[in-house]
Design a protein around this ligand. Sequence first.
Ligand code: GLA
Length: 395
Amino acid sequence: MKTPLQLLDAFKARFGSAASIYRAPGRVNLIGEHTDYNDGFVLPAAIEFYCWTAVAPRRDGKFVIHSENFNETVEAGLDSLSPLGKKHWANYPLGVAWALRQAGKPITGANLYIAGDVPLGAGLSSSAAVEVAAGFALLNHSSHAVGLAELAQLCQKAENEFVGARVGIMDQFVSCFGRASHALLLDCRSLEHKFVRLPADLQLVICNTMVRHELASGEYNARRAECEEGVRILRTVFPEIRALRDVTLSQLEAHRRELPPKVFARCRHVITENARVKSAVEAFHPGDTAALGRLLQDSHRSLRDDYEVSCGELDLMVEIAVAQPGLIGARMTGGGFGGCTINLVKSASVTDFGRNVAAEYFSKTRLTPEIYVSPASEGAQQMALEETKPPYDRN
Ligand code: GLA
């Protein structure tokens, strides 16, 4: 990754002016998977992989956006923002510009230079990192203050309505609010959140199966629709429920026969996963590693069997991990269908853990996994190259 100064040079070489620089992180989710769009609870942490955006204003009402990763430049008029082809990288920053305009934020045209080191298609939220970094940048250069929670929601809206993926709020929220050494417990209904300090003797080890998860966006939307179907049916007997967040396991079990079997299983995952998030937060405080380990393992099984978003490579990665010394718990993380596992590992065992898992995974799949050891990091911020007031408040 370039340093901020190298990024400034790259910006100047392309656009011929100085710029301000922002960055926003990717994330890893410790527990609470596929619960965010069910108004539930999640426990992600921002990681030390970022999307960087250099920005300077233009006076002709255009956006000119260059992606270093894709080595491509696109141009769009402020008043005629519409998505490019399906899966085009520029839909993320353009979508954020569109969402900011829709919300009446007075943004003007800009040159943007975007570069990132969040692995793509690995379930570590490279998309949210681009959205948040671009949103920060656009708001700043038009000197418009906005709260971080509103920025996260507008980035989610961009992904839902402009890009066309019906994602929840988790990724954008933690990319905005992440805190070093902490995971973030988020209530996805009220957006109330609190920080959970991670034990100093544990590390977050992320193992990339190298199976890209991108092709699964249809499956993601299908899971969401199944949850909505569950709510629709359950509401006929419990009219007060608004989302699966409001349903207890005994209520679900009492009405098992009214639900198609797959819908029942999807609902059971969401309801039990919400309970696991709360138990995990309780287990972090006294450092109850045995309980944490069980919760991560149960989460993986539930995602594999009830929610059916795992895959052979993720299951294998977890199976290899749980046999290693120093492992507290392991499970798939993110949307699923490939991507990464999250492993809580005793600090003293991290090097051996990474080496052993990589060797065994390779010998069984012939795929060379990438292993990332990342501390929990800070959320979006402006890089201090000049004295400017940040356009946000953290409340
Ligand atoms: C993706 C989405 C999130 C969340 C996870 C699954 O990362 O962007 O909103 O739904 O999948 O927990």
